[in-house]
Design a binder for this molecule. Structure first.
Ligand code: BG6
Length: 488
């Protein structure tokens, strides 16, 4: 059983969607597992004037679909929740919050620890942070930590402004920036695969790997988030954060040891090798697309809240050439899109073909390159394809997949990404959070692509439910490659 964590957790945006969908269920599971025991309290804040009783009903209601609940446990859990109506711009309200935090700290024995969670629109982050500081909500004993969510800005300049505003109250080592992909089992598992297998570690470089492909496809459309998505698009929504973080885990050098400092040092080195693209390179190596109606699926432009002439991309594919000597000449192809055929997060490492196949001479030329595919979601596991011999007296080759998948019951039992990340924040482990330096580097890279598109670049289209625009296939064909699933 992990050591019990003590904290007063203040959630700004306690009545919101994120809190209900992700935070309360995650906190409940941490409570159930004993990570949160008796020495914690949660203060939910939002504008509406709710009572503690009503708030606790909301919290309990958010757990309806959670596994392993019992009425008694839910009631004990909810009893730790307190509601405080709060206007983020009103300094007096922070004084009330501070007094409540101190009172609950005494009541629950929280040891002076404070965890602040900004689960609301980023435009409020700066105001909240500066009031936390000016009204002295930071605890003089124990820790003070801040969890924030993406979007961290919409380009480098706005991300920096946001970061500076948070910096008014919190140091970098107190800030936990969530990228929920880093909380996923197989993303964390990728590091184990890479760094514990002598079979893989020495060949994880340009000498043996021909290309890397990362796919984050979704079958859903823009859902109810058109307001946000219309200002973001797939490049900002998925590439700057999730895809870049996956690239880091695939390509960073081996950290000296598995500590947050060492992992972030390796990531920083990697991101420093993101090339500075010219607008021409950006246009050549990045494709954007938008889905059009197909069958009973509407076009993006017909979705609720979307402009009828929207230029926002719902699909992105790109080729990244790292300027790191370990990866010289190895393209990293990435793609993500809404309304693709299925939900799939997959990373394929394609190894180089044999230079000389002794079986060629006897007419056996079916040897293929090896490929390791990491299935992040919904399937979780990996497959390594090897060449083998077909059974029988003739000599012919075939590809054999060596596959491992976690069984569904294990996947169902495993902690969800938010649960892991909140636990890490409570434990003070920053390994699986993103640092400002990473935001800085990835925004600067992505901004060039965005700018090139805004200046002048075609918006390709693809049929809803399809694999994406033909231009994305051409991106690989140009280099003699194909998207992995195309030849499975
Ligand atoms: C979010 C994006 O960060 O990630 C969404 O804002 C996207 O647009 C989601 O749907 C995908 O996350 P997951 O965990 O379902 O792959």
């Amino acid at each position: 059983m992990p050591k019990e964590q003590c904290s007063i957790i203040t959630i700004f945006g306690g009545s919101g969607d994120l809190a209900r969908r992700k935070l309360y269920p995650s906190l409940y599971q941490l409570f159930r597992r004993g990570v949160l025991g008796e020495h914690f309290a949660v203060i939910g804040t939002a504008r509406r004037p709710w009572t503690n009783e009503f708030y606790r009903e909301i919290v309990a209601g958010s757990l309806e679909n959670e596994p392993n609940t019992s009425a008694d446990a839910v009631q004990r859990f909810a009893s730790h929740f307190y509601y405080q109506s709060h206007d983020v711009t009103d300094a007096d309200h922070y004084v009330t919050l501070k007094n409540l935090s101190n009172k609950l700290d005494e009541q629950y024995g929280a040891g002076g620890n404070r965890l602040f969670y900004m689960a609301m629109a980023p435009r409020f982050f700066g105001t909240i942070a500066s009031h936390i500081r000016s009204e002295k909500l930071l605890s003089p004993s124990g820790y003070n930590r801040l969890i924030i969510e993406k979007p961290f800005g919409r380009d480098f300049a706005s991300a920096k402004e946001l970061n500076d505003s948070i910096g008014a109250a919190f140091n970098e080592d107190q800030i936990y920036r969530i990228d929920h992909y880093l909380g996923k089992e197989m993303v964390q598992g990728l590091l184990a695969l890479r760094f514990t297998n002598p079979l893989l570690t020495p060949i994880w470089n340009k000498d043996y790997i021909s290309d890397v492909q990362i796919t984050l496809s979704e079958n859903v459309g823009v859902e109810e988030r058109a307001g946000y998505y219309e200002t973001a698009g797939a490049l900002r929504d998925m590439v700057q954060n999730h895809i870049m973080q996956l690239i880091a885990y695939v390509a960073m050098r081996q950290p000296d040891t598995f500590t947050p400092e060492a992992v972030h040092a390796a990531k920083n080195e990697l991101f420093a090798n993101l090339p500075v693209l010219t607008p021409e390179q950006a246009k050549r190596d990045w494709v954007r697309g938008q889905y059009v109606a197909a069958g009973d699926q509407p076009a993006y432009r017909e979705e609720d809240g979307v402009a009828s002439d929207s230029q926002i991309e719902t699909y992105v594919a790109g080729r990244i050439m790292l300027s790191d000597s370990r990866w010289a000449g190895v393209p990293f192809y990435v793609r993500t899109g809404k309304r693709m055929p299925r939900k799939a997060t997959e990373i394929s490492i394609n190894f180089k073909p044999l230079e000389h196949n002794i079986f060629d001479a006897v007419g056996c030329n079916e040897a293929r390159s090896n490929r390791l595919t990491v299935f992040v979601e919904p399937e979780q596991g990996y497959t390594l394809t090897l060449n083998g011999k077909t059974m029988g007296s003739e000599y012919a080759l075939r590809q054999d997949p060596l596959s491992f998948r976690y069984p569904q019951d294990k996947i169902d039992e495993a902690p969800e990404a938010y649960e892991r990340l909140i636990q890490d924040a409570l434990m003070g482990d920053q390994t699986n959070f993103t640092r400002w330096q990473e935001q800085d580097a990835t925004w600067k890279y992505v901004d060039v692509v965005r700018q090139a598109w805004d200046d002048d670049a075609p918006l390709a289209t693809y049929a809803a439910g399809s694999h994406g625009p033909a231009e994305a296939d051409q991106l690989l064909e140009r280099d003699g490659f194909k998207w992995a699933e195309e030849f499975d």
